[in-house]
Design a protein around this ligand. Structure first.
Ligand SMILES: Nc1ncnc2c1ncn2[C@@H]1O[C@H](COP(=O)(O)OP(=O)(O)OP(=O)(O)O)[C@@H](O)[C@H]1O
Length: 607
């Protein structure tokens, strides 16, 4: 999509508002025509050349009335402009956010959160700025045409000298465009890197302290800061240079007019009023020229912003940005977001209850088939390849394997948190078209390897917006072996657990994530290495209680712990992104060297 199409589509989101805004600002910019003519009459009346019979005080009163009228118009203009800008900016942010939330959760944004915030903030502002300035250019052009017509009728030669600089300015701006665009892109990029680095530093304070890496981190931050300073300086310098070219070419024109007017006035072909009118209009013509230049600059910067925003879309069409939508995210989009953001599939209670009722016996899981599932990370080329397995209702399947063998990638691809490249998934024999939206409660619930918790109460972290039903929360706490921990917390379930749950131990955070999953009665439970921070006894209890509560639950569990492996009906051993072996623990102890290594490795660790 070209920058012009982008601008046009933004305008067409609310054409009436744009039209009203353009109309308001055109009237505002045309308004000085009147005081210009009054000023001309005022000076002509002083020299006895005025044909109007209002007298000096009458003309002063008219000037004051014109000024007050313009003030009122400007107030109206700001109101229409704010409304128009707000809607454009919000549409871009809304569409971008919806797109991000619809992406497979594990790959929602291609940059760090800090960089993404910079795109949402700066690039949207830049686009808004250019669209808003197009209104001013239109209004000022109208003024230039009307005033040009009046001035040509007074003196065509001098009028030419007023407008000549316009040609110069536009030519200069066009020549500088390529360079300005380059500098703007570099400065935005550098700003994103600095913002990204700040968010990384704030998110990893503990890791930095433990590694004694403060100096290295600060040096790195300083080097990003230096790069940003240089890039911003070039960008600013170029912008100012262009600005000064714009205003100086106008000043040059003003000087020429003054010289010419002097000669003409001496010859009697030019009145004092004509001179006042020229000088009066010149201020606005200057504004016109400067603002046309500014708009050209903003338009070029808009094209950089468009590129950066399109990058966030990860291959989707840029039209997504300007799609006509209500400014509120639909319930469907926000519903999807909760699951993806948390990498745990969690939904709103009302929708959930309705969906549960509609699932009925037909959609209750009897069998899940995965055939030829493949996914490779674009940057490392690693991932999973040609994965086949089936899960029967009520079964407990463990995916195990060496570090980096593809276990997490497997469950993420199955649940649509990564976009599968090949393969099919069938729920009771029916193909699942969009796993990302299908594998949500009450069909399935998932706990990621690293639980994502919020700075909120423990209760809200578990419920995530779901309404509490009778004793469902207590049951989930019990099944997740969390009831004793809750009793110890000062505020019980209403204890605020700090940013990312820092006030909880690793094991408590994992069991909180398990409770979040178990409070949503799902057909399929997917646990990714849930037990890594649990002792054997707690893990044992957790599995026992879960099956006491839901004997028909189907579980897919990523683990290398014997507690899970001995309980498994079926074990899948992964190696280098492929299934190396399958079977029960007894069978695999006979057949698979990798499995033996994992089994005895865990034994050694326990000892
Ligand atoms: N975001 C990513 N980008 C590129 N490569 C990745 C990414 N995530 C994982 N990989 C690579 O894909 C392979 C499989 O990773 P995965 O996380 O699925 O392994 P795993 O078996 O779950 O490992 P672990 O036991 O350590 O959790 C690894 O070689 C890893 O380096």
């Amino acid at each position: 999509m070209s920058t012009f199409q982008y601008l046009w589509r933004l305008i067409m989101y609310r054409p009436l508002r744009y039209f009203v805004n353009a109309l308001a600002w055109t009237v505002i910019y045309l308004a000085p025509i009147l005081p210009g003519l009054i000023t001309k009459q005022f000076f002509d009346s002083l020299t006895g050349n005025s044909s109007l019979g209002y007298g000096v005080w009458g003309l002063i009163a008219l000037l004051i009335a014109a000024a007050l009228g313009r003030i009122c118009l400007i107030i109206i203009g700001f109101i229409t402009d704010v409304h128009f800008r707000f809607r454009m900016g919000m549409l871009l942010r809304r569409n971008l956010l919806e797109h991000v939330l619809k992406q497979p959760g594990a790959q929602a944004i291609p940059v760090s959160p800090g960089e993404a915030i910079s795109h949402f903030r700066d690039d949207v502002d830049q686009s808004e700025e250019a669209a808003s300035w197009s209104v001013d250019v239109f209004g000022l052009t109208c003024f230039a045409i009307v005033s040009g017509f009046i001035l040509i009728r007074i003196d065509a030669q001098m009028t030419l000298l007023v407008f000549l600089p316009i040609v110069l300015v536009i030519t200069a701006a066009q020549l500088a465009t390529v360079r300005l665009q380059k500098y703007r892109a570099a400065s935005r990029e550098a700003t994103s890197r600095v913002t990204g680095e700040i968010s990384e530093m704030f998110g990893n304070v503990q890791a930095i302290q433990v590694a004694g890496a403060e100096k290295r981190v600060i040096d790195r931050f300083r080097s990003f800061g230096d790069d940003r300073r240089k890039a911003m300086l070039k960008d600013r310098l170029m912008t100012e240079l262009l600005d000064s070219v714009f205003s100086n070419s106008v000043n040059l024109g003003t000087g020429l007019i003054l010289l010419l007017a002097g000669t003409k006035m001496r010859a009697g072909a030019f009145t004092v009023g004509d001179f006042a009118l020229f000088v009066y209009y010149l201020t606005f013509v200057t504004q016109f020229i400067t603002n046309v230049g500014k708009f050209i600059t903003y338009f070029k910067q808009m094209s950089v912003s468009l590129e950066r925003l399109t990058f966030l879309l990860q291959g989707a069409s840029a039209k997504v940005l300007t799609m006509v939508n209500s400014l509120h995210l639909t319930q469907k989009a926000s519903k999807r977001s909760v699951g993806e953001q948390n990498e745990s599939v969690a939904q709103k209670s009302g929708a959930e209850q309705t969906e549960r009722a509609t699932i009925g016996s037909e959609a209750a899981l009897r069998r899940l088939d995965v055939n030829g599932l493949s996914y490779a990370y674009a940057d490392s080329g690693r991932g999973i390849s040609n994965i086949h397995f089936s899960l029967q209702r009520g079964s407990f399947t463990v995916v195990t394997g060496t570090i980096g063998s593809g276990k997490t990638t497997l469950v993420r691809s199955l649940l649509g948190l990564l976009p599968k490249e090949e393969g099919t998934i069938a729920w009771n024999g029916v193909p699942v078209e969009d796993p990302g939206t299908f594998f949500t409660p009450p069909r399935s619930a998932y706990t990621a390897q690293v639980p994502r918790l919020y700075s909120d109460t423990l209760r809200n972290n578990i419920l995530l917006g779901q309404a509490e039903q009778s004793d469902s929360l207590q049951q989930a706490l019990h099944a997740a072996v969390l009831e004793y921990d809750v009793a110890q917390l000062p505020g019980g379930l209403d204890t605020v657990i700090g940013p990312r749950g820092v006030k909880l131990s690793g094991g408590q955070a994992q069991r909180t994530a398990a409770a979040r999953m178990l409070v949503r009665d799902a057909e399929l439970y997917v646990f990714d290495d849930l037990s890594s921070a649990l002792d054997v006894e707690t893990e044992q209890k957790l599995w026992e209680r879960m099956f006491q509560r839901r004997s028909d639950a189907t579980c897919l569990v990523v683990s290398h712990r014997k507690t899970a492996l001995t309980r498994a009906d079926h074990i899948i051993v992964m190696k280098d992104g492929r299934i190396e072996a399958e079977g029960t623990s007894e069978e695999l102890l006979q057949q698979s060297a990798t499995f033996r290594e994992l089994w005895y490795g865990d034994e050694r660790q326990s000892e």
